[in-house]
Design a protein around this ligand. Structure first.
Ligand code: TLP
Length: 346
């Protein structure tokens, strides 16, 4: 890790020493031939942990979500998701460009949930004028609202609604282990109502590359074909899966440290002039730089970088920032950041 305290995202995490060693020693094979034992172990362990029959190792969260959407939804069909969902805001329109799928968005509330009545109203009746609704997508934790965790009970209720209408439920669980940690529950409980879940091994779990898509055997068999079609069939991918196994088995156990650092940071921030904390949940802290600050956002970021701290506005905003805690941000880094903010905004 370089010396900068990089709070832009948990996607910036570098692999740990243990991961680098495991990668160097990984037993590998051609995974498209089904011959990479390390990938197979990662897929077996992931499926077991999330309580599903099967899993597929994919290159990224975006690819995992795209494969899920393409597998669930025929061309010209519609899916329902939050108006601030990663799948509709930050995935380059992949579902439409590559799958001919229409997103139908409903409001995401500040705590990250979609209202059940809004979802119900968005489901299309059987009428030749309308696209067919096929899928509901949830996001756990919900990123744009500030890393909000969705409970198992809420997810179960959405799952029941989906089944009542013959729909499928997909969860973009990029940070589902953060949700499980915050809610003191298991990822299996958070996933039990879903037909498919994507989760990321990179981000807070520190693997350099990779996400996993889980579901039943038939779904994953089809998803494997879609992954190949997208050019995502990987060969000696065990080198990556070896880091993924450490992410899955070790790094998932320490996320409460990041959440505690986020709470500590938010508390310190709330005492700093010209800053308004919007929310803190899991490993995210969302905050605003006041217009009354002596710095513009650009000069604020410049001054913070001179103090060794990297902060950037949240995409689409000028004065709103997201600070994300992760393995490489220790308590003393949080303290350094608070002291730097006090100096810069004095
Ligand atoms: N999110 C990134 C950016 O794209 C915004 C970040 O820094 O948070 N689902 C969710 C909820 C995500 O937050 C992300 C990444 C993804 C999917 C996509 O994962 P990758 O980057 O592996 O394609």
């Amino acid at each position: 890790m370089n010396d900068l305290i990089d709070l832009r995202s948990d996607t910036v995490t570098q692999p740990t020493e243990a991961m680098r060693r495991a990668m160097a020693q990984a037993v590998v094979g051609d995974d498209v031939y089904g011959e990479d034992p390390t990938v197979q172990q990662l897929e077996r362990d992931s499926a077991a942990m999330l309580g599903k029959e099967a899993a597929l190792f994919v290159s990224s969260g975006t690819q995992g979500n795209l494969i899920a959407m393409l597998t669930h939804c025929p061309r010209g069909s519609e899916l329902i998701c939050g108006d601030k969902a990663h799948v509709v805001v930050y995935e380059a329109g992949g579902m439409s460009a590559l799958g001919g799928i229409m997103p139908r968005t409903v409001k995401v509330y500040p705590d990250g949930h979609l209202d059940l009545d809004d979802i119900r109203r968005a489901i299309r009746p059987d009428d030749q004028h309308f696209p067919r609704t096929r899928l509901i997508c949830l996001e756990n934790t919900q990123g744009t609202m500030g890393g909000m965790p969705l409970s198992a009970e809420y997810t179960d209720a959405v799952g029941a609604l989906a089944r009542e209408h013959g729909l499928r439920l997909h969860i973009d669980g990029a940070r589902i282990f953060n949700a499980a940690t915050a809610l003191n529950t298991s990822v299996a409980a958070l996933s039990r109502a879903a037909d498919s879940v994507t989760f990321c091994l990179s981000k807070g779990l520190c693997a350099p590359v990779g996400s996993v898509l889980v579901g039943d055997k038939a779904f994953i068999a089809e998803a494997r074909r879609v992954r190949k079609m997208l050019g995502g069939g990987m060969r000696q991918a065990g080198v990556l899966a070896a880091a993924g196994l450490i992410a899955l088995h070790e790094m998932t156990k320490r996320l409460d440290e990041d959440h505690a650092n986020a709470a500590y940071f938010a508390e310190g921030l709330s005492e700093i002039p010209h800053i308004r904390v919007e929310s803190q949940a899991t490993n995210f802290v969302m905050f605003w730089l006041s217009e009354s600050a002596k710095h513009s956002p650009a000069s604020f970021e410049h001054a913070m970088q001179a103090e060794g701290v990297v902060l950037r506005p949240y995409p689409g905003y000028t004065h709103k920032y997201r600070a994300v805690m992760h393995y490489w941000i220790k308590r003393h880094h949080v303290e350094h950041t608070l002291a730097a903010l006090r100096r810069v905004l004095a």
